[in-house]
Unconditional design. Structure first.
Length: 320
C-alpha cells in the first residue's frame, strides 16, 4: 500500500511530504512555486550517501569549548548538495537544486521540537536553492498586502507581528521571509505557521489575546505557537527595519541603501552565481518599488509601534 503524501506550501515551495509538520497546513489548487519533496530518512543512510571526498565544510560551531563535539555543521558538495547538522535537532540533506530534502530527526525529540530546525533553517535554505531570496524578517498581511519586519535576533520582529495579528492582521511568517519578483514587483511568500515567542514577549500579551492567537506546541527557550497563516504570496507594501535610538515611531526612508537589504539576508552559506544574481535582482526590485521604513520608537512598545506602522502604510497608499 502506497503511503499517503501530504501537499503543503512554505517559503515559495510546493512541498510534497511523507509526514505532517506543525505550521505546514495542507493546500489545494494550482501550484504557485517549484516542487520540493520532503522525506524522513535514517541518519546512517544520509551519512552513507554523502561522499567521502569533494565536499567543503562551510560552518562548524562548538558551544562548549574547542574540544567539545560540533554543535552545528554545514557541508557542501557540488553534486550532492548541502548537509546540515544541529545538535538536538538532527541531520538534513538538501539536494543541490533544492528539489529534495531528507531529514533524520533525533529519536528523543518531539516532532514539534526537531521540526523547528526544518522550518526555521532547512526549508529556507531549500527556497534559496529554488530561486528565492530570504530575509531575516517576520511578516504579516494587512489589506491584502505584506508588511515585513527586518532585524537581528531579539530586535522585536515577532512581537510586532503578533501585535498586528492580535489587531486583525493575518500571519505570514516568523523570522524568515522568502521573496521573489513577479511582473516586476516583489512578493512575500508564507513561511511556516509557527512563531517562537520569547518569555518577555509572551508575558506582555494579555491572556485573552494570547488565547486567540493560536495553539501552543511546546516550550524550550521560547514558547512555540501554531497560528493560522496566509497561503498565497502577497505583494509587499513595506519593509520595516527595526532600529534603536530616538526619533519618530516610524520614519520613511527617502531611498534605501541596497547594502541594508543585502546584509539582511538569512542564508549565508549559498554562494553560487545563481544565488547572487537572485539576491541582487530582488534587492534592486525592493529598493525600486517597496517603501522602506525605520522603526525607531521601540521603547513605546510593540502595540503602539504596530499601529503606527499600519497608519503609515495605509497613508502611503491613499490617493492624494
Amino acid at each position: 500500500m502506497t503511503a499517503r503524501r501530504l501537499r503543503s506550501r512554505a517559503f515559495g515551495l510546493e512541498i510534497d511530504s511523507s509526514f505532517e509538520a506543525p505550521g505546514l497546513p495542507p493546500v489545494a489548487g494550482p501550484a504557485v512555486g517549484p516542487p520540493t519533496r520532503l522525506e524522513l530518512a535514517p541518519e546512517r543512510e544520509i551519512d552513507d550517501a554523502w561522499p567521502a571526498g569533494g565536499s567543503e565544510r562551510i560552518l562548524e560551531e562548538r558551544f562548549d569549548g574547542d574540544g567539545a563535539p560540533s554543535a552545528r555543521t554545514i557541508d557542501v558538495h557540488p553534486e550532492h548538495g548541502y548537509r546540515l547538522y544541529a545538535r538536538g535537532f538532527g541531520l538534513a540533506r538538501i539536494a543541490a537544486d533544492g528539489s529534495l530534502v531528507e531529514c533524520a530527526p533525533p529519536a528523543s525529540e518531539a516532532a514539534w521540537s526537531w521540526q523547528r530546525f526544518l522550518v526555521g533553517r532547512v526549508l529556507p535554505w531549500a527556497a534559496v536553492l529554488r530561486g528565492y531570496e530570504v530575509l531575516h524578517a517576520s511578516a504579516v498581511a494587512v489589506d491584502g498586502r505584506a508588511i515585513a519586519f527586518v532585524g537581528p535576533t531579539g530586535a522585536g520582529k515577532t512581537s510586532l507581528a503578533l501585535r498586528l495579528v492580535a489587531g486583525g492582521a493575518s500571519f505570514l511568517t516568523d523570522d524568515v521571509v522568502a521573496i521573489d519578483v513577479s511582473d516586476g514587483r516583489p512578493r512575500a511568500h508564507p513561511g511556516a505557521g509557527v512563531a517562537g515567542v520569547r518569555p518577555a514577549e509572551r508575558d506582555a500579551i494579555e491572556p485573552a489575546v494570547w488565547e486567540r492567537l493560536g495553539t501552543v506546541l511546546g516550550h524550550s527557550e521560547k514558547t512555540y505557537l501554531a497560528l493560522d497563516r496566509v497561503d498565497e504570496p502577497l505583494e509587499l507594501a513595506a519593509v520595516c527595519f527595526i532600529a534603536g535610538g530616538d526619533g519618530p515611531l516610524v520614519e520613511r526612508m527617502p531611498t534605501v541603501d541596497p547594502r541594508l537589504l543585502l546584509t539582511s539576508t538569512f542564508v549565508l552559506g549559498v554562494r553560487t552565481p545563481e544565488r547572487m544574481r537572485t539576491q541582487l535582482d530582488v534587492c534592486a526590485s525592493l529598493a525600486a518599488h517597496v517603501p522602506a521604513l525605520w522603526l525607531r520608537g521601540c521603547a513605546a512598545g510593540p502595540e503602539k509601534l504596530a499601529a503606527a506602522v499600519v497608519d503609515e502604510v495605509r497613508a502611503a497608499r491613499a490617493p492624494a
